[in-house]
Design a protein around this ligand. Sequence first.
Ligand code: COA
Length: 247
Amino acid sequence: MSPSTSHVRVRREEHLWWVGLDRPAKHNALDQAMVDELDEVLAEARREPSILVVHSTTPGVFAAGADIAELRERGADSALLAINAGLFERLEAHRWPTMALIDGPALGGGCELALACDFRLASPNAVFAQPELSLGILAGAGANWRLPQLVGIGTARRMLYTGARLTAAEALAAGLVEEVTDDLEARGRALAGVIAKRSWRALELTKLALRSQRPATTTFDITAQALLFDGEDKHTRMTAFLERRSR
Ligand code: COA
């Protein structure tokens, strides 16, 4: 695999895989090509012990969710393919710990990407929201159960029903992030350094043990998304987003 692919930059450093989202023109919105690239990285990284650090190559940005231009054209069949949901399941199932370094908006699928990691460190620029319902779809890539597991059902409802945006400080108070720091890279490296001194095998088995705490799967969400993907409401709302931006 090439160490650098078009919208995902990978940098290896001893036990660390830095996985950089690199689509600045679209605020790192995840399109199919990026999902495929991330899948390749995950498959490669499973071969030997490593801690994955997902970040943005662009300061002030994390990820603006699934690519709305692509989403608008996707129907029920694509929903059942579980493009983002599947990627995040595989990320969650990485054999060793993972973390997201969040230095800007983590919206929709961007927030779900961070939720699928074991740890989230945020800078003061971080913002978290699930705006899917305003686009006529649901948060089908894990937020419906990963979010309440982390922040409690009340905050999850508020974020999902209203699209409320949490600042970094609010996310810290809610338990959505472990830490808010001005030096994400250093703090991420320090946390990874502590973890990497431990037994990789014991880490892997502990991660498997914790997976038994998983309260749900995306099975229902994917099915519900298939229903919504074929709806006119979704098409109208996504067109409104794309046209508002192009004006
Ligand atoms: N999918 C596709 N394109 C996106 C996108 C997404 N999720 N988020 C941003 N973009 C694109 C915009 O369309 C724009 O493209 P253009 O320059 O070709 O017009 C470009 O990225 C820059 O975005 P813009 O909105 O102009 O920048 P901003 O700084 O004003 O706002 C955000 C940044 C991230 C706050 C805003 O783009 C946003 O709210 N994005 C959508 C978030 C969302 O609803 N995500 C959930 C998807 S499930």
